[in-house]
Each structure stands twice: as structure tokens, then as C-alpha cells.
Write a protein that binds this ligand. Structure first.
Ligand code: PHE
Length: 348
């Protein structure tokens, strides 16, 4: 009986194991370690795995011992590999910590925070004043039907006053609302008096754009309907608004106006807050500035929504938000609000 094959297999195994240990030791990173693992312990073609094939040539009684040895070498190499892997991982982690270190004491990057648009600010101030006076804020659609924009407000199709609210038509009887007044009708259709609402919102008109006109602008509508509401309430309410908005010594004056949905109708003037009435650029030397349109709700409008006109009366008003903002800040061109020129916007 010859012991050659057994000896050579043991020797071979020892040589392979020594080689594997050396390569594991040299592996510089996890990738290199992985290829060493595949080279020696790979299930197919790994050098250690391959030695098992030699087992068949050994005498039967030798096979268990050599097989056991192969397993032991494999287990040992796996353990060495694992230890090395742990060491490499830790080294990588340390390297990462070193290279990704941030200096938390460096100054931060400041954000350019901006501020609200002057029209938004003015709108909020107007809302705040009327909320303080007990009004509720509601809104309505920017795309309206002819009924709400006109007929419901006592402006029949053939009435010349339609020219005042000429609009963009979208086809059919749909149009971009030319004022916020249609929401008066919508609100009253849904509830019985008392009604006390303001309606801020966007409006559209087929106007040629110039320093004081734009095809798109904002209004705040107001509507108060209850028993016994009179023109005295209108003057008292709007006078209080003017004082809160433009200064507590403000005087107001009402001049005749015409709106189909109010009767009587009145334009409200305040004495000029810029020159205290002596005449300047803002009041065009007149000492007075018109700030809104108003009037007592026309009975025909109340009838349109089914209110009892023997019992209820109402007051309504509408103001242009851009106009108020222009007056307050001495801005002479409405187009500046929409051009997004930061040199203009940063002043407010
Ligand atoms: N809707 C009118 C306009 O756009 C303003 C207004 C509202 C007048 C309410 C009277 C009452 O010009």
C-alpha cells in the first residue's frame, strides 16, 4: 500500500491554505477579499473545494480523515476571512468618517426670504378690518355665468350698463367675472338674512391696459343684508373702514354714482391722506380721493334671490385692491404690480 496520494493531498492542502492565508492578509479592500474568497472557497472551482475531488483516489479508510481535514482547513480559512473582513469594514468606516467630516462651525448659507406682495398685504389689511367689524370672508368662482355677472344683478342683456363690465367670454354663457358682485347673488341664494360677508377676489375686464387699468385686478366686495339696514349704516360702516385703513382723522364724503344693482348708489371719497386735503399729486389737486363704489342693494336684486323686500334691506360696496394699494403707497402705475420687477417689489 502506498501513502503517496494521501501525503501529497495533505501537502497540497497545506500549501493551498498557506497561499490563501497570505492572500487574505494582503487584501487591500473588501473587493479584493471577495475575489480571494472565490478563488479558494468558491463552491465551483475554488481551490480548496477542488481538493475534495482528489478524495476519490484515496484508499477508502483514508477518506474520512482527509475529508475531515479539508473541512477543518475550510472552516479555518473562513474564520480568517471573516476577521479580515471585519477589519477592512472598520477601516473603510474610519476613512469615510475622516473624508466626510463637516465643519459645523462654518457659517451657514443664508436664505433670501422675500416678503408678501404689496397687493396681498393690502388685501389682508382690508380683510382684517372687516373681520374686526363682524364680516365673514367668502369667495366665488372666477369663471361666471352671464346670469350671476349680469341678470342676477339687475343688468339685463340689452342694458347699456353692460359696457361698464365688458368681459372676456369663454363661449356659451360663460365669462371671466368682471367684478366680485356676482358672489352677492350666490351668497344670498344659499342663505336667509342676516348676511354679512366680504368677498375678496380676482376680476377681469376687456380694458386697454394703461397706468390705471388692467385686464386683471382684485376687488373686495361687501354685502350686509338685514332688517332695518339704512344708508346711515352704509356711511357709518365705510367711514370706519376709511379711518382704520387711511388714518383715524379721515373725513368721508359720498357722491352720486350709478350702479344697476344699488339704489341709491354712491361713490365714496375720503379727504386726501397725503396732503390732508390741501391738494397734491395723489388727489390730483382736488383734496379728495374716490376709494370705492357703494349703495343700497336694489330691491330687484333681493327679489331675484327670493328675499322679502318688505322686511329686508341691504348695503353693498366694492373696492379695487390695487387702487387702494396704489393710493397708500403713492404708486402711479398699476402695471408695476404685475411685472415682477424686484427693484419695485423690494420697496414694500
Ligand atoms: N361691482 C361694482 C364695480 O365693479 C362695485 C360695486 C359693488 C358697487 C357693490 C356697488 C356695490 O364697479
Amino acid at each position: 500500500m502506498t501513502v503517496e496520494p494521501k501525503m501529497s493531498l495533505r501537502e497540497e492542502l497545506a500549501a493551498i491554505a498557506a497561499e490563501a492565508r497570505a492572500q487574505i492578509e494582503r487584501a487591500a479592500d473588501l473587493k479584493a477579499l471577495k475575489s480571494v474568497e472565490v478563488e479558494f472557497l468558491g463552491r465551483k472551482g475554488g481551490k480548496i473545494t477542488n481538493t475534495l475531488r482528489g478524495l476519490g483516489q484515496l484508499p477508502a479508510e483514508e477518506r474520512p480523515a482527509v475529508g475531515k481535514l479539508v473541512n477543518e482547513v475550510r472552516d479555518e480559512l473562513e474564520a480568517v476571512l471573516k476577521t479580515k473582513e471585519g477589519a477592512l469594514r472598520e477601516a473603510e468606516r474610519q476613512e469615510k468618517l475622516r473624508t466626510e467630516r463637516v465643519d459645523v462651525t462654518l457659517p451657514g448659507v443664508a436664505f433670501d426670504s422675500g416678503h408678501l406682495h404689496p397687493v396681498t398685504r393690502t388685501l389682508r389689511e382690508i380683510k382684517q378690518i372687516f373681520i374686526g367689524l363682524g364680516f365673514e370672508v367668502v369667495d366665488g368662482p372666477e369663471v361666471e355665468t352671464e346670469y350671476y355677472n349680469f341678470e342676477g344683478l339687475n343688468i339685463p342683456a340689452d342694458h347699456a350698463a353692460r359696457d361698464m363690465w365688458d368681459s372676456f367670454y369663454l363661449g356659451g354663457d360663460l365669462l371671466l367675472r368682471s367684478h366680485t358682485s356676482p358672489v352677492q347673488v350666490r351668497v344670498m341664494e344659499k342663505q336667509q338674512p342676516p348676511v354679512r360677508v366680504i368677498v375678496p377676489g380676482k376680476c377681469f375686464r376687456r380694458d386697454a391696459v394703461d397706468a390705471t387699468h388692467h385686464f386683471q385686478f382684485h376687488q373686495v366686495e361687501g354685502l350686509l343684508v338685514d332688517e332695518g339696514i339704512s344708508f346711515a349704516h352704509l356711511k357709518g360702516l365705510l367711514g370706519e373702514f376709511a379711518r382704520q385703513m387711511f388714518g383715524k382723522q379721515r373725513k368721508s364724503r359720498f357722491v352720486p354714482e350709478y350702479f344697476p344693482f344699488t339704489e341709491p348708489s354712491a361713490g365714496m371719497m375720503i379727504d386726501c391722506f397725503a396732503c390732508e386735503g390741501s391738494g397734491c399729486r395723489i388727489c390730483k389737486q382736488s383734496g379728495w380721493i374716490e376709494i370705492l363704489g357703494s349703495g343700497m342693494v336694489h330691491p330687484a336684486v333681493l327679489e331675484n334671490v327670493g328675499y322679502d323686500t318688505q322686511k329686508y334691506t341691504g348695503l353693498a360696496f366694492g373696492m379695487g385692491v390695487e387702487r387702494i394699494a396704489m393710493l397708500r403707497h403713492g404708486i402711479d402705475d398699476i402695471r408695476l404690480f404685475y411685472e415682477n420687477d424686484l427693484r419695485f417689489l423690494r420697496q414694500f
